[in-house]
Design a protein around this ligand. Structure first.
Ligand SMILES: O=P(O)(O)OC[C@H]1O[C@H](OP(=O)(O)OP(=O)(O)O)[C@H](O)[C@@H]1O
Ligand SMILES: O=c1cc[nH]c(=O)[nH]1
Ligand SMILES: [Mg+2]
Length: 213
């Protein structure tokens, strides 16, 4: 598993601003910081993709360089995923993309996921980056994977999160049987009694777009 904040970088400042209960109230900065971390995580994941050597003709000669063989398919879970996704789309700028509508319904016992929308290209044999900033119980990711495989079974899924809870990571390792890797900016302490990540940052969807009814 890759954890971005294990290494000091400017990314730590963006995550600190996302968590800070005052700064995070600036909705535009919240979305933009999320997007910036999406760009940085896209760069990190790009190192794990397949490359091919190409010769580029410049005005003065030719230059050999390794470029990405196939752009990954970018899939995100709405709402909160949208800004993080945009960071990936900025870097993987030729990628085919897909969208999943899912939200958590809380009851006292557990979380259930309501899936309402699925629009993806064919996923058969493809490398997919599944983008969702909050990995809390892990149920949104697992239910999304179970829904999206009807559009083909990917060769590999990169699960890209921003803040992950240990409980969610454990749920993924038990329930995600397809080849996958997990990428996150931080592994936090735990879930609270409402299944929110502690210390986390709060509700990423609401901070991005406002409370929903
Ligand atoms: O790991 P889980 O327990 O499934 O929680 C994570 C999910 O919770 C958030 O979505 P939410 O249901 O709040 O919807 P929203 O994005 O519309 O706010 C977040 O965007 C994840 O999709
Ligand atoms: O802590 C959490 C858990 C799920 N969704 C969020 O936005 N935050
Ligand atoms: Mg939410």
């Amino acid at each position: 598993m890759f954890v971005l904040t294990k290494h000091n970088s400017i990314a730590n400042q963006f995550l600190a601003e996302l968590r800070d209960k005052i700064i995070q109230q600036d909705r535009m900065r919240f979305r933009r910081n999320t997007e910036r971390l999406g760009e940085i995580m896209a760069y990190e994941i790009s190192k794990a993709l397949a490359y091919q050597e190409r010769d580029i003709v410049t005005p003065l000669g030719s230059s050999s360089i390794h470029t990405i063989l196939h752009q990954p398919i970018l899939l995100t879970i709405m709402r909160a995923g949208l800004s993080y996704f945009q960071g990936f789309a900025n870097f993987f700028d030729r990628a085919d993309c897909g969208f999943i509508g899912a939200y958590r319904e809380e009851n006292t016992e557990n979380i259930t996921i309501k899936l309402s929308y699925l629009a993806t290209p064919s996923l058969a044999g493809k490398t997919v980056i599944l983008i969702d900033p909050m990995l809390a119980t892990g149920r949104s990711i697992i239910d999304s994977v179970n829904a999206m495989v009807k559009n083909g079974t990917p060769a590999h899924i990169h699960v890209a999160s921003l803040v992950a809870a240990p409980e969610g990571l454990q749920y993924l390792s038990k329930n995600l049987s397809l080849p996958h890797s997990v990428w996150t900016c931080s592994i936090d302490e735990k879930l609270d009694e409402n299944f929110y990540i502690v210390p986390g940052l709060g509700d990423a969807g609401d901070l991005s777009y406002g409370a929903k009814i």
